[in-house]
Design a binder for this molecule. Structure first.
Ligand SMILES: [Zn+2]
Length: 328
């Protein structure tokens, strides 16, 4: 007890670096990239200042810029030219993501390429898979019917050269289905980063503009986790780990640090997705002069690390890389 015990001894300026528990490094950050098959020039995303939809021709350059800044992995999302009920453009061998993977691999061979595996950008309904009438009545995402679609999408991404596929649809049995399809197609070395604890969050709003995946049919709350449910958000990644996931993901990140800390106990690498709304809130407050953007963004990322995330998917990746380089 005081006066013998003095915690402020640990915080003396010159000693402080010795007792820093957690660090944020650029190689722990993953940058999302949106690729628009129809865009002729990069299209700024109004609700996510500083972010843009890339074109087929600009995505390689954008990836090279990130790599030069120290970023070692990107997560690709595609906005296809055509959408239909079967999401057929999602597994087209010459589809937007498949082609973007090839361009990025050619431009920056050492960059790790992760692809989002889902159907919501590719279905005319905006749903994440195959929709049909559910037991409660009305249209809903059909689980087992959608698994075969996810297998096809994942294998087409691996064939294009993706290092890691990231299924985001929260279907039951999704990791096992994709693992077996990848192995059967000869892609035993392709990793699976599972969106394991994905919440039905209000913070995805700006992303919907970015990825053009507005939901016009059914309810995502039938497959994403309720923000009220922490135990359920631990069972999901436990199952994904058992099904063979290589990396477990929690999404969103900042409001779910308790979930990150719990998933950490499963002893697989943990990724956290700092989503568009988390990014937009900091950017918008900074634009009004209400927050110091750099300090608030770096604090938000460090807090996610402290909770237990090994990797952070963040729209601040490029800015954070610059800020961290300035501090070094
Ligand atoms: Zn989806």
């Amino acid at each position: 007890m005081y006066p013998e015990k003095r915690m402020r001894r640990l915080r003396r300026r010159r000693l402080l670096p010795l007792f820093t528990e957690h660090h944020l490094r650029t190689d722990q950050l993953i940058a999302p990239l949106f690729v628009d098959e129809e865009a002729a020039a990069p299209v700024p995303i109004a609700s996510m200042p500083g972010q843009a939809r890339q074109t087929m021709d600009s995505v390689g350059e954008a990836a090279a810029r990130l790599y030069a800044a120290g970023i070692r992995a990107v997560l690709l999302f595609g906005i296809p030219r055509t959408k239909d009920a079967a999401a057929s453009s999602a597994y087209d061998e010459t589809g937007v993501v498949q082609e973007a993977v090839r361009r990025v691999r050619a431009e920056v061979p050492n960059l790790v390429v992760i692809t989002d595996v889902c159907a919501c950008e590719y279905t005319d309904t905006g749903q994440c898979g195959i929709v049909g009438d559910c037991a409660d009545g009305g249209p809903d995402l059909l689980n087992d019917e959608s698994l075969a679609l996810m297998q096809r999408i994942a294998v087409s991404h691996a064939r294009a050269g993706a290092d890691i596929v990231a299924p985001s649809c929260m279907l039951d049995g999704m990791v096992q289905a994709i693992r077996s399809a990848l192995d059967a197609a000869g892609f035993e070395e392709t990793l699976i980063m599972a969106y394991s604890s994905k919440f039905a969050s209000a913070l995805y709003g700006p992303f919907r503009e970015a990825a053009d995946s507005g939901c016009s049919c059914g309810e995502r709350s039938t497959y994403q986790i309720s923000p009220a449910n922490g135990r359920e958000a631990f069972v999901e990644p436990s199952l994904d780990a058992a099904e063979g996931a290589d990396v477990l993901m929690v999404k969103p990140a900042g409001p779910y640090l308790d979930v990150i800390a719990r998933v950490r106990t499963l002893d697989l690498p943990v990724a956290a997705y700092q989503v568009s709304g988390e990014y937009a809130m900091i950017r918008a407050a900074a634009e009004r002069g209400w927050l110091d953007e750099r300090a608030a963004a770096l604090e938000s990322l460090l807090a996610i690390r402290r909770a237990g995330a090994d990797l952070i998917i963040t729209y601040f990746a490029e800015d954070a890389a610059r800020w961290l380089a300035e501090d070094a």
